[in-house]
Design a binder for this molecule. Structure first.
Ligand SMILES: C[S@@+](CC[C@H](N)C(=O)[O-])C[C@H]1O[C@@H](n2cnc3c(N)ncnc32)[C@H](O)[C@@H]1O
Length: 276
């Protein structure tokens, strides 16, 4: 682990801290103070690896194989769920995250599954400063991109993802179906992503600039995440404006869906120029 990562581990606060007005915290950098050790340690209770693997099936591995992309950069590694699934499936994976606590946990998890994770401590906004080489695919999963609060940060991060890709690389990036939450209120099937049976993940505040989610554990502990509610068409437009030539969006892993149905959306964007 580099000195920078060690320092960042030491600097992470013990407890989440939102100040006297939690809904006023709308800052990109705040993800570092949200993923504190006690939340990171319990993240896997929330997502439940076995249930999540069942609900997602081979969607991501199939997408990558179908497009013949084998060298993958997971930019939102978290505790390592997708990196480990892809390592097990034989992909060449590098695992990046801006939060050092997450990377430590991911490394431990990979080891338990018999893999030595190649990890890089990197913030998306200056990803290419820390990540070497080019990749066939970048994955940014688990509703992670929602942590960016400024449009300039979103554009910058997408430009960094674009730049680390080979000339015909693909980006797979997902998000909650925020349109539905903003327009119709929250009603999750809890079938995907946050699959832990004894935990709940529900918004406690939603407006055009903030979705504040509460994650409640069986022992009464509660943790929070403040996120930016990305609308689907806005996200697709940002991806295209970065230079990606096409974007295909799936709803809960299905090609055909009604706008209000899915909990999660997955965008698959292609860098390759298509003269159609
Ligand atoms: C919601 S977690 C998802 C983790 C994992 N992909 C999953 O599905 O379980 C979001 C992850 O994105 C990382 N993250 C958020 N903002 C970031 C940034 N600006 N640069 C790098 N990583 C960031 C966080 O540290 C965290 O590990």
């Amino acid at each position: 682990m580099s000195n920078k990562s060690l320092l960042s581990l030491l600097e992470t606060p013990e407890k989440q801290e939102y100040g006297h007005n939690p809904t006023a915290k709308r800052e990109t950098n705040h993800y570092q103070a949200e993923y504190v050790r006690q939340f990171v340690e319990r993240w896997d209770e929330l997502i439940d690896w076995r249930a999540r693997a069942e609900s997602e099936g081979n969607f991501f591995a199939e997408q990558l194989r179908q497009h013949e992309k084998y060298k993958v950069l997971d930019v939102a590694t978290g505790t390592g769920f997708h990196s480990v699934q892809l390592l097990k499936a034989g992909f060449n994976v590098t695992s990046a995250d801006g939060n050092a606590q997450m990377l430590v946990k991911a490394f431990e998890n990979a080891k338990k599954h018999g893999h030595i994770m190649q990890s890089v401590h990197a913030d998306w906004r200056w990803l290419n400063k820390d990540v070497d080489g080019k990749y066939d695919a970048v994955i940014c999963l688990g509703n992670s991109f929602t942590h960016l609060f400024k449009e300039a940060d979103r554009r910058r991060a997408l430009a960094e993802f674009y730049s680390v890709l080979e000339h015909d690389g693909i980006l797979i990036i997902d998000q909650r179906n925020y349109d539905c939450i903003l327009d119709n209120g929250f009603a999750s099937k809890h079938k995907y992503y946050y699959c832990g049976e004894k935990v709940s993940a529900e918004p406690v505040h939603v407006d055009d600039g903030l979705a504040r989610f509460e994650y409640a554990f069986p022992d009464g502990t509660k943790q929070y995440l403040n996120m930016f509610p990305l609308r689907k068409d806005y996200m697709r437009r940002l991806i295209r404006e970065t230079g990606f030539q096409s974007v295909k969006t799936y709803g809960d892993f299905k090609e055909a869906f009604h706008e209000e149905e899915p909990d999660f959306l997955v965008h698959v964007a292609h860098k390759a120029y298509r003269d159609e």
